[in-house]
Design a protein around this ligand. Structure first.
Ligand code: COA
Ligand code: ZN
Length: 316
């Protein structure tokens, strides 16, 4: 396989994950989770979102969370925004990076942010201006890049036109989001094969959801195409409240375990991450989809059943 030496993970659990939790998670607990994730060596954390508190009541404490976290050098702290109001709030809260959201599907964009794609792009131009003045980088995410739960197929030509507009607005990075886990690895490879050469200099991120168990295969396909930035969520938390059928992101510790097992570096301490995941499970009060916390790492060994050791033939 053509694997990179190193990839960069952006942890999105406290945003994409917590946003759909039904019970309000106390601000101090959100802060604790962000700090634990940073302490594991996580290079990027999408801490929260600055959106309407009517749309996402769970993240109404975004500014308090940003103010309460301990900033670890080496971790870039970002937040998701849909419009310039969110960008101003995010900059005031001290984010290192702004992540924006627009969908490649008109139906999902209207359901998610109550705007047409064209209306969103007007707002994102205003976000770009806020970010430019504050000297904060923008990474632009595109929901439903590989399919929409309402419309089905999203033509790649259409996705490309949204990418082109965001690149024009000065986005340093583009995040292709598979919001409801509709992408397959061949499609991911085909899409990147078309987009990557057309936008030189763009840093591509793949944002996956494991709704149909294709998240890690899709990430492998993207790595083969040269992508080295991936979003993931602790424990596999996650889902968009405005996309029916959405479920959790690829689980961070499962993904990092897979990468480390293949010799791909992330700079993250997997054991610390597993402990963080257990803590998140305790906070949300249920088991999360991640497999590693249940199975242990690949080098876990079990005691032999009685009477077996004596019968193992000596190696010649
Ligand atoms: N942060 C906080 N409040 C915001 C805001 C922001 N970024 N943007 C708008 N608002 C407030 C407005 O001030 C207004 O408040 P008021 O009712 O007290 O006057 C209210 O939200 C409605 O604003 P309006 O501009 O009419 O927007 P809307 O009702 O059409 O909602 C969005 C548009 C984009 C603000 C809303 O749909 C949203 O926040 N969506 C986010 C969805 C999301 O996070 N999805 C998951 C992630 S992909
Ligand atoms: Zn998502």
């Amino acid at each position: 396989m053509k694997l990179p030496k190193r990839v960069t993970i952006c942890e999105v659990g406290t945003r994409d994950g917590f946003q759909i939790e039904p019970e309000f998670i106390a601000t101090e607990q959100k802060i604790e989770v962000v700090n634990r994730l940073a302490a594991s060596g996580m290079p990027r954390i999408e801490v929260t979102s600055f959106v309407s508190s009517k749309a996402i009541p769970q993240l109404k404490d975004a500014a308090e969370v940003m103010a309460g976290i301990a900033r670890r050098p080496g971790t870039a702290y970002s937040a998701l925004v849909p419009n310039d109001k969110g960008a101003v709030r995010a900059v005031d809260a001290g984010v290192d990076e702004i992540h924006t959201v627009v969908s490649a599907s008109e139906s999902h964009n209207l359901a998610n942010v109550n705007m047409t794609i064209a209306e969103s792009l007007v707002k994102l131009a205003a976000v770009a201006e806020v970010a430019r003045r504050a000297e904060v980088a923008v990474v632009s995410g595109i929901s439903c890049s590989f399919g929409c739960p309402f419309e089905g197929d999203v033509p790649v030509a259409h996705l490309e036109s949204v990418v082109a507009r965001l690149v024009d607005l000065g986005a340093r990075g583009i995040g292709l989001a598979d919001t409801t886990g509709m992408a397959n690895p061949a499609q991911v490879a085909r899409t990147l094969e078309r987009l990557v050469p057309r936008f030189p200099g763009v840093e591509w991120t793949l944002h996956t959801h494991d709704t149909r168990a294709m998240a890690i295969p899709n990430i492998l396909a993207a790595m083969e195409m040269g992508v080295t930035h991936f979003d993931a969520s602790i424990g596999g938390l996650g889902g968009c409240p405005f996309a029916p059928g959405a479920s959790g992101n690829v689980c961070t510790e499962d993904l990092i375990h897979c990468l480390h097992a293949m010799g791909v570096e992330t700079g993250v301490d997997l054991d610390a991450l597993i402990e963080a995941s257990k803590r998140v499970q305790a906070i949300v009060g249920r088991a999360l989809p991640g497999q590693l916390v249940k199975a242990g790492k690949w080098d876990r060994r079990y005691p032999l059943p009685d009477g077996v050791r004596e019968r193992i033939p000596a190696r010649s």
